[in-house]
Design a protein around this ligand. Structure first.
Ligand SMILES: N[C@@H](CCC(=O)N[C@@H](CS)C(=O)NCC(=O)O)C(=O)O
Length: 214
């Protein structure tokens, strides 16, 4: 059975697992915490990051975006890349935006409220949290709200990598105790709730709520 190395609270691991679920691929989650990465793990993850995907025969690939690109070719059923070239380009950009700009806006909340408290055993830095909520998040949420306004899916009329990637960092925001303000960003809030209701997302959210897999 293929393996995903990582922990479920990582937004990048979650993105890969959602794609695996959408494609109906069974796999095993091998817990790897992204702090104090071992020399052995670095051999399959030169950047020292999770996730890494591993096939039965030992073939491995790091990086969530690379892994999804591979999965799409290796397991073409239930595609997550739009067929239309322009829609594909737009979906890939939204994936990139989610992995970078959106993450920069939400990660401090998750890191300070969850990682710092539970793993680093220190008090959260409230100034960093405030800066993320007041400065970083509003422009990002404004832009994302415009992208998803009136839409079931971010791109086209089917679930794609854009939805898998965009909805994931918001789970971490919620774990950090912050919800998207539904009064200020109603379209974003509605969109996220619909994506999270899909079986692929709902199963992972349930698992995370039970505290399993990390
Ligand atoms: N571009 C990478 C980013 C992965 C990433 O940043 N993972 C974090 C955990 S959420 C990590 O492993 N960080 C450890 C580190 O940066 O040393 C991907 O898409 O897989």
């Amino acid at each position: 059975m293929p393996r995903v190395h990582g922990v479920n609270l990582s937004p990048y691991v979650r993105k890969v697992r959602v794609v695996l679920a959408e494609k109906g691929i069974d796999y095993e989650l091998v817990p790897v915490v992204p702090f104090g990465i071992s020399a052995d793990f670095r051999k399959i993850s030169p950047l020292g990051k999770i996730p890494v995907f591993e096939e039965d025969d030992g073939f491995t690939l790091p990086d969530s975006s690379v892994i999804v690109g591979y999965l799409e070719r290796a397991y073409p059923a239930s595609p997550v890349y739009p067929a239309d070239p322009r829609a594909l380009g737009q979906a890939l950009f939204l994936e990139e935006y989610a992995d970078t700009k959106l993450m920069e806006a939400v990660a401090p909340v998750f890191f300070e409220r969850f990682v710092a408290v539970n793993l680093l055993q220190r008090e959260p830095d409230e100034a960093l949290i405030r800066e993320a909520i007041e400065e970083r998040q509003p422009p990002v949420f404004d832009w994302l709200s415009e992208q998803v306004a009136g839409r079931e899916f971010a791109i086209g009329d089917a679930f794609s990598i854009a939805d898998a990637a965009l909805a994931s960092p918001f789970v971490n925001l919620r774990v950090g105790g912050v919800e998207v303000d539904a009064a200020r960003w109603p379209e974003l809030d509605r969109y996220l709730k619909r994506i999270w209701q899909r079986p692929s997302y709902a199963a992972l959210l349930e698992e995370e709520a039970q505290g399993a897999g990390h």
